[in-house]
Design a binder for this molecule. Sequence first.
Ligand code: 13P
Length: 334
Amino acid sequence: MNIRMLENTVEKMMESPKGLLAMDESSPTCAKRFASVGIEDSENNRRRYRELLVTTPSLNEYISGAILFDETFNQKMSTGDLFRDFLTKINILPGIKVDTGAKDFSGHHDEKITEGLDGLRDRLADYSSKGAKFCKWRAVITIGETIPSNACILSNSNSLARYASLCQENDLVPIVEPEILINGDHDIIKSDKVSQITLESLFEQLDILNVNIAGTILKPSMVISGDKNKKRADTQTVAEMTLNRLVESCPSNLGGVAFLSGGQSDEEATEHLNIMNKKKSELPWRVTFSYARAIQQSALNYWRGKDDNAEKAQDILKNRARLCSEASMGSLTT
Ligand code: 13P
């Protein structure tokens, strides 16, 4: 493990006023997103769409790194350039999602365990040799009447820590993503409690497995009411409770924080981040974005697979990236 190299990558990923673009939807998830706007699911269309994303003019003013799916990482653009080389050329670090998905957790109804540890060391060595700088692993925590179970939190935290340790062995910065799903009718207090036990378990496991914390990025969900809750907390409360939770439950030497959007509207995702960053001078780490839907979805909705719509779709994407960037500085004015 080369600590200087990890810290250098963390510094670039967390550079102000930028954030991360998550464009690592697995093929089934991408198929779902395409189906919602009537685009045929094919390798060629996935390439066309992702080429549209990465060739958006001035993207690198707002985006420091892009998380890719394996297919894109090894894919060529229409110009013949590999996506990963193109990104490096335009000063956007290429990253790679390395988990193989959240699967049903044995013996635990309605809960998930993320797979992908078998053979991970060899895959990471390969990605690292091809220019990847960081990785992502997503764990899924579901809130319900009697869940999450301790078993689900512990097993996922331990997997995240094992993944992170293997990443660092290969000089790759691990993004650890314990996503607490927004789905459900729970209130924000429950979301906060689950965030607390999840983050505390995660940092305990990272510590037990000797993961270098300064060389690690946390990708958390926000502390937020469930999407079916009748009295959802307002934006100010979400931002304040999220920040308080992070300050209380995360070590101050953490490399940085980059949120997922998790089904929030575009406006909510930027507004929450903006309010949090009004206090950025008081925080021990940078707090930015690693959004997929809150950057991409409006552009995808406009594009609909049509070349004639590409330029305007890129304008829409650029605008979303710019707003997220401003929110990451607390300077968004609405
Ligand atoms: P969303 O921003 O759409 O939640 O996606 C982020 C992500 O990378 C999920 O793993």
